[in-house]
Design a protein. Sequence first.
Length: 284
Amino acid sequence: MKALTPPLEKQLQELHLITSSLLPGNERLTFLDEEDIWNCLIMQYADPTTDSIVAKKPEHPLRFRIDISASDVCFIVQVPIEYEGKLTTTAPTFAAKGDQITRTEQEKWQDMVEDHLKQIGDSEFPIYELLSLHLLPILHKELESHLRSVDHPTQQTSSQTQSMYHALLTSHHLISPNKRRSLQHWSASLSISGFAKVGYPGVIYASGWRDNVEEFVENVKAMQWLALKVRFVEELSGSEKSDEVDRRWFEFQKVGEVVEEMRRLGREKYIVEMGIGSKKNDLP
């Protein structure tokens, strides 16, 4: 592969991560300018033996759309030519768009983009993280909710007869972007609230309706792990249930953050009893 400028190499690195994490047949990335050139560059970056297919470098800033099928919302990303992975300088712009959405809905999605940008901080791959680990899972969740309300109007009523369950799993580590992406997707599609603590050790906590939690756990177990342990899958007691209509999935970096979140939910004892958190792990 011919030598690339640092900005172009960084942009291709993030594009490769994004395209590799897209769910086939459902999530789409479309280049809005110089599509053939960018597609060739991505192919060349993934497989350097394809040198001969690349004719030239792009002349315009990278601009692409990312969306999922059946959704009215998409995200338009424009990346400055000088972008090298930092949001503090030459930051990309992210715009929520949709021909069939109202102005209020568009503003809601744009506010969501800005909120999640703040959560990313100094990520090494901010475009990839914002799209693949934040916005696309939320978009899936919104679409699933809409389809359920249209196709299965009685589903919510029937789900009320189920018990609220929660589950805790631990592993030696949780680093893989694909695993993290899958957890985000399953939490959205199954209406699961919870979090994943990434790094060493890996911690996964999920709560929701019994059938959904059990399916979520089975999905996690089906992946390859080092020392995965299902600590428990059990019903939540009445005093531990909370209003989780606005279900969300979080990622944490530190054990102390896990302790704080479980404390907020009134469920701290579950992780402390398992030896995952202790007073010395507590955040000040």
